[in-house]
Design a protein around this ligand. Structure first.
Ligand code: ARG
Length: 465
């Protein structure tokens, strides 16, 4: 219920105010529903802050010990989900501090010396994101390994490669899986890059101007495992670039997952029949008894929308903000949390689905036989006979047209058929028309030749071990 006047009791900033906070305002400004997810990192940061104050002789070691012990008690309550939240708790930072003071008395009020929620929350998100990014990288690796195993298991199977979703040239199925392993490798790299800029310690920036106390910020950083401290307090309390970078790395990950998912949907359809998805990862229809639906890849594809949305949301929150902290920044959290959950879960569920994919070799073998996949081979053959490529392209175009007219594929051609189009075709021309040959001629770095693909699998196996 959004009624009545709010509570003033217990608010840390109540001193300046004559009127109570309106109940609507309490509800509207509260971030507790979601920032409680930061509690463990908030307490970690507070312990480091407390030790820093002690070292600066702002707190005695007795006070510091009492506070750290109290923070431990608070954490136990939060861990066990029996923390008594109060209506006056604006956010997790206030809630923890209030409870700390209840538990250990007025000395709890010394913890916030030389600190503002502005540098505190900046620290908390960075601490939280450091863990989250590590988990995400692990998940990316998990998916890469699943794909790599499929690639290794099915080495040697040819499928049509597509452009414009039209059959183009034969490629190895493994080459196709590995394309996603490469994408994911860049994704992991982007997360690692972002981690470097994330890994900077903002505490000691105060509300915006810095700290009046002789705190050794490098010491705080060391306690928390940060290799660097922020160099400008105004920037440090209002910077969320690091979050944008991570959201954008996540947007690219889910875009890759969405493309992959789209292929799973297509490939498992009656129209393609290239793969069979594991039953445990599909769902049925409430009406049509025959249905087996690829809901997992569909949902991953669908979830891409919210991840892109959070990236745009974050950028939009930031775009008009004057220095330094503004309450708008509180809007950073839900999008961050949801993005990380969504992307981590999508990576995980796909990594578990992939080992259950059954490859339908027969359908794949039939598919490579149709669609003039070897037309380019014939053109390249003519080039070896000295025909300029443009001319060769046009000659083979005529060959294909003849086949289309006759309703047959290239494999049905005789040498006489070829020579009727161009005398430049010789007896060895028909030898070009094998899928295996077409694949193995793509032998440059990055090509689909089997020995290349096998070599790449070896390298990736080493990297991903
Ligand atoms: N809940 C706030 C946030 O997430 C904490 C900082 C509040 N700072 C302030 N000056 N009101 O941004």
């Amino acid at each position: 219920m959004w009624e009545g006047s709010g509570s003033q009791g217990g608010k840390a900033w109540a001193g300046r105010f004559r009127e109570r906070t309106h109940a609507l305002v309490e509800m509207f400004t509260s971030s507790l529903a979601y920032d409680r997810g930061l509690y463990a990192h908030d307490i970690l940061g507070s312990i480091a802050h407390c030790k820093t104050l002690e070292r600066a002789k702002v707190l005695t070691s007795k006070e510091s010990r009492a506070i750290i012990r109290g923070l431990g008690l608070v954490k136990t309550e939060l861990d066990a989900d029996r923390f008594p939240f109060a209506p006056s708790d604006e956010d997790i930072h206030m809630a923890i501090e209030r409870r700390l003071t209840e538990l250990i008395g007025p000395v709890g009020g010394k913890l916030h010396t030389g600190r503002s929620r502005n540098d505190q929350v900046a620290l908390d998100i960075r601490l939280f994101l450091r863990d989250a990014v590590c988990l995400l990288i692990e998940r990316v690796r998990l998916l890469q390994r699943a794909l790599l195993t499929q690639a290794k298991t099915h080495l040697g199977i040819a499928i049509p490669g597509y452009t414009h979703l039209q059959r183009a040239q034969p490629v190895l199925l493994s080459h196709h899986w590995l394309a996603y392993v490469e994408m994911l490798d860049r994704d992991a790299g982007r997360l690692q890059d972002a981690f470097q800029r994330l890994n900077v310690m903002p505490l000691g920036s105060g509300a915006l101007a810095g700290s009046n106390y002789p705190v050794d910020r490098l010491y705080t950083a060391k306690l928390l495992g940060f290799p660097a401290v922020s160099e400008n307090s105004l920037d440090a309390v209002s910077d969320r670039d690091f979050a944008v970078e991570i959201l954008s790395a996540c947007a690219l990950i889910i875009m890759h997952l969405s493309r992959f998912s789209e292929e799973l949907v297509l490939w498992s359809s009656q129209e393609f029949q290239f793969i069979e998805l594991p039953d445990g990862f599909c769902t049925g229809s409430s009406m049509m008894p025959q249905k087996k639906n690829p809901d997992i890849p569909e949902l991953v594809r669908g979830k891409t929308g919210r991840v892109y949305g959070h990236l745009i949301g974050m950028l939009t929150v930031l775009k008009g903000l004057p220095l330094s902290y503004n309450r708008d920044l509180q809007e950073d959290k839900e999008g961050i949390f949801d993005t990380l959950d969504t992307v981590a879960n999508s990576l995980e569920v796909l990594a578990h689905l992939i080992p259950g994919i059954q490859v339908r070799r027969k359908q794949m073998a039939q598919a490579v036989e149709r669609g003039f996949l070897l037309a380019t081979e014939l053109a390249d053959y003519l080039v070896t006979k000295g025909v300029p490529f443009r001319e060769a392209h046009s000659i083979v175009g005529q060959v294909v047209r003849t086949c289309v007219d006759r309703g047959q594929d290239l494999s049905g051609l005789t040498l006489a058929d070829l020579r009727a189009v161009s005398p430049r075709f010789e007896a060895d021309a028909l030898k070009m028309l094998t899928v295996q040959g077409a694949i193995d001629r793509k032998a440059q770095i990055g090509g689909t030749a089997q020995r290349r693909v096998a070599a790449r699998i070896k390298v990736l196996e080493r990297v991903l071990r």
